[in-house]
Design a binder for this molecule. Structure first.
Ligand code: HEM
Length: 129
């Protein structure tokens, strides 16, 4: 796979995860049956693996051991990317248990802003300019 296909797969996997995350969240809030929510969460976890695997691939292609001048920012991108995945998981877990969600949402929004700003706004490679 060339790097554009990899970046496209990266974008497709996290955008599908955002959509499925919202659907799962709304279903939890509407007290829908547990089983479909469980299945959605399983699909989401597969997507998390794809997100992390494609992200790691992009990192090793473009930044690891490469003189890009963006190594530090790429590390921040990787850490924030994993953080978004963790925050997805945390937010759904809190919602399911009926516990306070605010801290989880705050982390999700914060990490997502960092990751989108670096991914689209700052880092030089990938699919879109
Ligand atoms: C839900 C979580 C994530 C979101 C929303 C996200 C978002 C993005 C975006 C918007 C780009 C730019 C795509 C492009 O222009 O082609 C990108 C690229 C990238 N992502 Fe992610 N990402 C996430 C998770 C991760 C993870 C977990 C890793 C590492 C393990 C990672 C590593 C990278 C790398 C290395 C690039 C290439 C940067 C570049 O454009 O030069 N991402 N990501």
């Amino acid at each position: 796979m060339d790097h554009q296909q990899m970046a496209l797969l990266h974008i497709l996997s996290w955008s599908s995860a955002i959509i499925l995350f919202v659907i799962a969240y709304v279903m939890i809030k509407q007290n829908k049956a547990e089983k479909p929510v469980k299945i959605l969460q399983m699909v989401l976890r597969v997507l998390y693996i794809v997100i992390i695997a494609t992200g790691a691939d992009l990192f090793f292609r473009f930044y690891f051991g490469v003189q890009s001048g963006f190594f530090a920012e790429s590390i921040v991108k990787v850490v924030a990317g994993v953080w978004v995945v963790a925050a997805f998981e945390m937010t759904l877990a809190k919602a399911k248990k009926g516990k306070k969600e605010f801290a989880a949402w705050l982390q999700l929004v914060f990490a997502l802003i960092i990751v989108l700003a670096l991914g689209f706004g700052r880092l030089p490679f990938g699919f879109l300019p």
